[in-house]
Design a protein. Structure first.
Length: 108
């Protein structure tokens, strides 16, 4: 993937879409800002959940869980998972699991 997309916001709105007239963007923005912060947060969570479902549905079914998570991250954020956040590394740290041989287990 290339560089991150750049968004230009319309004045007085938080929207950077170009396929909607500015007046409509202002109305939508005003309606969103009339909602409580909690409602706006829940809408954001719902949108993220829907995006994840669409991404997962587009991935090959034979991928491992780690591969699916890596690809989902890359599609959401536009770049690979940083090494410091490696899912394999984190899996061992989070579980704190030690195998029967006393060594730390690693996901794939």
């Amino acid at each position: 993937m290339g560089e991150s997309p750049r968004f230009e916001h319309y004045p007085d709105t938080g929207f950077g879409v170009r396929d909607t007239p500015p007046e409509i963007n202002r109305r939508i923005f005003a309606q969103m800002m009339n909602r409580s912060p909690e409602e706006r947060l829940m809408i954001g969570f719902s949108m993220l959940s829907a995006a994840k479902e669409l991404i997962l549905a587009s991935l090959p079914a034979d991928l491992s869980t780690v591969q699916r998570k890596r690809l989902m991250y890359q599609r959401l954020y536009g770049h690979p998972v940083p090494v410091a956040c490696s899912l394999e590394r984190r899996a061992g740290e989070v579980s704190g699991a030690n195998g029967a041989n006393g060594k730390q287990d690693h996901a794939e």
